[in-house]
Design a binder for this molecule. Sequence first.
Ligand SMILES: [Zn+2]
Ligand SMILES: [Zn+2]
Length: 351
Amino acid sequence: MSLYLYNGVIHIHSTYSDGALSIPEIAASAAALKLDYMLMTDHNTLKPKFDGLEGYHSSVLVGIGMEINDPADTNHYLAFDIDEDFSELLPPGEYVRRVKEQGGFGFIAHPDENRSHLDAYPPYPWNLWDNQAFDGIEIWNQMSEWMEGLTSKNKFRRVLHPRRSILGPKQVTLQRWDELNLKRKVVGLGGVDAHGVNYKLWGLFRLIIFRYKVVFRTIRTHLLTLNKLHPENPANYKQDITTLYEALRHGRSFFSNHYLGDASAFRFYAVSADSEFQMGDTVPFRPDLRFIIKNTGQAVTRLLHNGQIIANFSAPEISYPVPSPGVYRVEVLREAQPWIFSNHIRIEDVR
Ligand SMILES: [Zn+2]
Ligand SMILES: [Zn+2]
């Protein structure tokens, strides 16, 4: 099966909400880093899409969704592939429903946020787990992790080295993700939550610690698409956006911390004598099924079954017989730090 790999960044704010730069300026940062795409999510507005900013900005494909919140400013939801925004703040169940009704899809943003160090930046958790109409979860959020780990002791170091302080998604979120997948497919992504703005951390001392071009070298989401993108033909951008959204929605994707290295060589799929199955796929169990995991080496690869680690590998290419039905995903560590997270492959019991 020939698939195409595209590397990009998701969850970005511009001057349309509380970000520091315009979309063309942010896209220039992404192009300088040779990213293939970026997905904008300004707060509660699709105006940049209505203003015609979706499409190619030089070589970078810019998709425009939005980050929706409720009147209490909790339950943040990253919505994509929608054409209508909601002028009023709605209850969360209502916007999750409306996104779906429009044919769009959405990811719960920073679901388990919990921080107390900065009064000016309270946590924005998700409180609506009974509602199962969402499509996915932002498993790793660069901004949220940075803020959460901040203490009065380490803030100088974290300000000086914002990328070095990224340690991995929250265990509670990973566990939640695995548990949800036992019941139905819930796709994961990694977000940067980039604003490029000054943060007032203490007193009058303001710092720009999250320039777009710095955070774009942290958490990236890698999409495996069925069709090739055509930046040489920008007039056809809508078709290319559809191609990207199909992969994101399906979960044919993985996310990584680019600070630890380029994850482009990573692959996780299942094969049988006559077919190949990708992340996001549901596969009937059969005894000749094997998982193939590829990597660049210098890493430790873990295979998880229903949320439990069942095998560790250090070889760059692994072929491993699928032991039983269940949901499987892969985590890769480098220098003992979380580096790459795959989406799940679901093996169904057909007996
Ligand atoms: Zn948010
Ligand atoms: Zn955000």
